[in-house]
Design a protein around this ligand. Structure first.
Ligand code: THG
Length: 362
């Protein structure tokens, strides 16, 4: 296979020297930035993540900074999630939608101050939508992409490692909360969050100067914890039911179809409220689906069939080493979404038996 031609358009990160020295063997591009995909092998990386602790270069989780007197007004226009109770040390998973309720992104919103937020976006050009809303309404707010690069620390030994570098107080950070903690002569937002089910933190590294010093400090402090460079694991995140924008959902889907209905509770007249109300009862929804037999890598949705008729599509599928079966995320029609329903998947290598599950594997 070819490699990626180096250019300004495909951005490197403050940790690129670290991930390259650590043996990144496959990468992808996310928000026009390099995101590692594999170090040793998918399976080795997965087992290591579940047993130890990894440092992830997730700089590609770019921030959209929203700051100014109208910051909250802007967010209230675009957020289906009620922000009234959001505290200044809190993060919210927030569906981002268009006028019709179609998903534009699924960011994590970080509240830095009453008039200052970061929208930590998945892979889409959501900043252009936010700018469009702010400018059209002539809001007194600044919207930009700051030089902030999240570094993930994920895995069961995350607390132990983070306590050594940032102090014992990391242990008191609650899920989707953060503290601003010192590192050398600066400080970073350190949140208990991240794109795995193994527990861990995300350090929002401001600027590039401290990228490699922080990377090296974590690697040095975690030697006896077997810390390694890692990256989001498809195997682990499908087991855990973490969604990937652009893969498992697109603008064609509503938050209800994505199982994100619990995050649609704003009483305000936000953009898409009426559109969403009209699509309140989804005709399809995301389900965990087990697939039998051998499957190839998935690069386009695979039709889900019942009696030869299409009743949905598999959007991410992978072998699960721990559950010793293929696990997948699928969008399934209401008529066939009940747990236990037997279906077939039309993969490029042929039909495979599939079963709808009640819960993800975790
Ligand atoms: N962390 C940060 N930014 C991100 C991601 C992240 N931006 C891109 C991408 N990931 C956004 N998508 C997600 C998807 C799932 C979760 C977070 C971001 C997630 N979901 C939990 C769940 O679904 O159970 C928790 C949701 C909740 O209860 O609040 O963690 O990973 N900074």
């Amino acid at each position: 296979m070819a490699t990626i031609f180096p250019s300004r358009r495909v951005r490197r990160t403050p940790f690129s020297a670290g991930v390259e020295a650590a043996g990144m063997s496959v990468c992808t591009v996310y928000n026009r930035m390099i995101l590692p995909s594999v170090f040793a092998s998918q399976e080795e990386d997965y087992h290591h993540l579940k047993a130890h602790v990894q440092v992830w270069d997730v700089s590609c989780e770019r921030q959209i900074a929203v700051q100014g007197p109208d910051a909250r007004r802007l967010l209230d226009m675009i957020s289906p999630r009620d922000l009234d109770k959001m505290a200044v040390d809190q993060c919210y998973y927030m569906p981002a939608i268009d006028r019709d309720g179609g998903m534009l992104n699924d960011p994590v919103l970080v509240k830095l101050a009453d008039d200052h937020y970061w929208i930590s976006v998945a892979d889409s050009d959501y900043i252009q939508y936010v700018l469009g809303v702010a400018d059209t309404l002539a809001l007194d707010v600044r919207v930009w992409e700051p030089d902030v690069s999240p570094l993930g620390v994920q895995g069961p030994k995350s607390d132990a490692l983070m306590a050594r570098v940032f102090g014992e107080e990391v242990r008191d950070i609650r899920f989707f909360r953060y503290k601003r903690l010192a590192f050398e002569d600066t400080s970073f937002v350190v949140a208990r969050s991240g794109y795995s089910r193994q527990g861990g933190f995300e350090i929002y590294v401001e600027g590039s100067d401290y990228g490699m010093p922080l990377w090296d400090a974590l690697m040095r402090a975690g030697e006896d914890l077997e810390v390694r460079a890692g990256c989001p694991s498809t195997m682990e995140r499908v087991e855990g039911g973490l969604l990937s924008y652009g893969n498992d959902m697109t603008r064609d889907n509503t938050p209800y179809e994505c199982g994100l209905g619990k995050f649609v509770n704003s009483p305000r007249d936000y953009i898409g409220k009426a559109g969403l109300a009209a699509r309140r009862d989804p005709i399809q929804q995301i389900r965990p689906v087990e697939i039998a037999g051998e499957i190839p890598p998935i690069t386009a949705p695979w039709p889900l069939l019942a009696d030869g008729k299409t009743v949905g599509q598999v959007t991410t599928a992978t072998w699960s080493p721990d559950f010793k079966t293929n696990v997948s995320i699928a969008m399934v029609a209401r008529s066939h979404w009940d747990a236990g329903t037997k279906l077939e998947v039309d993969t490029p290598d042929g039909l495979r038996a599939a079963t709808v599950h009640a819960k993800f594997w975790k």
